[in-house]
Design a protein around this ligand. Structure first.
Ligand code: SF4
Length: 289
């Protein structure tokens, strides 16, 4: 398979075939994100995609899931997306689940009937990066979205019955906005009603604008104890009826996973035990993005 740049995919797509359709991110302005900073966004040629599908057709018989990389494949026109999913069916008829990262704007730009058409062709999971449900935090990190615009996108995905996975970023509001970030993010998630939440913890990356703020003292990194407090506040405010909660990404201080609402108080009590030192946390040098 021909991959340009680093392979970036959600943790839950570890076993999936990764088919790169776009290179980079169509937005590429978030101040904390270094994923594609040095790469101009582009769409790969049909010929390259077909060559990759032919390769996967010969070598990936055991994988039933496929992830469309990089950021925001949903920005493709409906005609191109339909052609792409049809090609996947032709070359990889055993693939049952197709997923992708969808920027909220690209989701909003699709009609419900267009999303349903993609679902019929196998698209059954969309990952959205919410990061925060607080508009002031979203503005400061240049996400290009508001809580309301993210909710609108999520509701469209839900309306189509496509599995919605939302990622959030602990510590991205800094200590001054921590409580508002936690409460507003939980409230936004309660309205978005994702089937899965993935919580990561902010780590400054060298090639990002936010690292400059960290270096010049304009953004104070939160301590482990402060991050755990923020996570506890967030989980305590969640009021979801059916959702998998994962905070087991390598950037987190305390690996956690559970089902909501069933495991809500188990998660909160695990966080409290970690705050008291009764559960070991991940040391700083072992954290990674
Ligand atoms: S966080 Fe997502 S939307 Fe923002 S620049 Fe990175 S890949 Fe693009």
């Amino acid at each position: 398979m021909q991959y340009i740049g680093n392979v970036i995919r959600p943790p839950s797509e570890a076993g999936s075939i990764i088919l790169q359709v776009t290179v980079g991110c169509s937005h590429n302005k978030c101040t904390f994100c270094g994923a594609y900073k040095d790469i101009a966004f582009s769409i790969k040629s049909q010929q390259t995609i077909v060559e990759d599908l032919e390769f996967a057709g010969q070598h990936c018989h055991r994988q039933k899931r496929l992830f469309l990389a990089d950021g925001d494949v949903l920005i493709l026109s409906q005609t191109r997306l339909v052609a792409l999913l049809t090609l996947i069916r032709k070359y990889l008829p055993w693939v049952l689940h197709i997923s992708l990262y969808g920027n909220a704007k690209s989701i909003r730009n699709k009609s419900v009937s267009e999303l349903l058409e993609l679902k019929k062709l196998g698209l059954n999971r969309i990952y959205i990066g919410l990061e925060s449900g607080n508009d002031s935090v979203l503005r400061s990190i240049r996400k290009g979205e508001t809580a309301k615009s993210m909710i609108d996108a999520a509701q469209k995905v839900n309306e189509c019955g496509i599995f919605l996975s939302v990622s959030i970023l602990l510590g991205i509001g800094g200590i001054s906005d921590s409580t508002r970030h936690a409460v507003d993010t939980a409230n936004t998630l309660n309205i978005m009603t994702p089937r899965q939440i993935g919580a990561l913890t902010f780590m400054p990356l060298p090639n990002t604008p936010l690292v400059r703020d960290v270096k010049n003292g304009n953004f104070i990194l939160m301590t482990q104890q402060e991050i755990l407090e923020e996570l506890s506040t967030l989980v305590s405010q969640l009021n979801l009826k059916r959702c998998q909660f994962h905070a087991n990404h390598a950037s987190n201080y305390l690996p956690l996973t559970g089902r909501l609402p069933r495991d809500k108080y188990t998660i909160i009590s695990a966080i409290a035990m970690a705050q008291q030192g009764a559960i070991a946390t991940i040391p700083e040098h072992k954290r990674a993005l």
